[in-house]
Design a protein around this ligand. Structure first.
Ligand code: 5GP
Length: 114
């Protein structure tokens, strides 16, 4: 059994973090270091998938649930328009190896994300 990820620890209430939405298998938090007016992280409750490639191969329905949840929170907070980013691999900027989707909306502060 691997160590709980930072996101699992937030889900379990071991470290601070506000869950702003959830489904049976997915939860959403605000990024601690926002790069846009709306910057949310959509995260599976299971940490068994390191990145989106593993998730797509192992549980495509869970990936679809993440995307549907991203749309829902973007509808609620950003008029339904958003960017969805999966950093995949350390060289691409991934720092937490518990798959998660960044939902960004509004004017981005980091233009290189385009
Ligand atoms: P990655 O770089 O792996 O794609 O994204 C990880 C994200 O998790 C980063 O945007 C980072 O700001 C966010 N993050 C890291 N630690 C915490 C934390 O303790 N709480 C919250 N809410 N976000 C975190």
């Amino acid at each position: 059994m691997s160590e709980p990820s930072i996101f699992t620890r937030i889900l379990q209430g071991d470290i601070p973090g506000t869950i702003v939405a959830q489904t049976e298998r997915v939860f959403v938090i605000e990024d601690i270091s926002p790069q846009a007016p709306v910057h949310l992280l959509v995260i599976p409750k299971t940490q068994e998938y390191r990145d989106v490639a593993e998730l797509a191969a192992g549980d495509p329905a869970l990936l679809a649930e993440m995307i549907a949840t991203a749309q829902r929170v973007a509808d609620e907070r950003a008029g339904g328009q958003f960017r969805l980013i999966f950093n995949t691999g350390a060289d691409a900027g991934q720092t937490v190896f518990h798959v998660h989707a960044h939902v960004l909306a509004g004017e981005l502060q980091e233009k290189s994300l385009i």
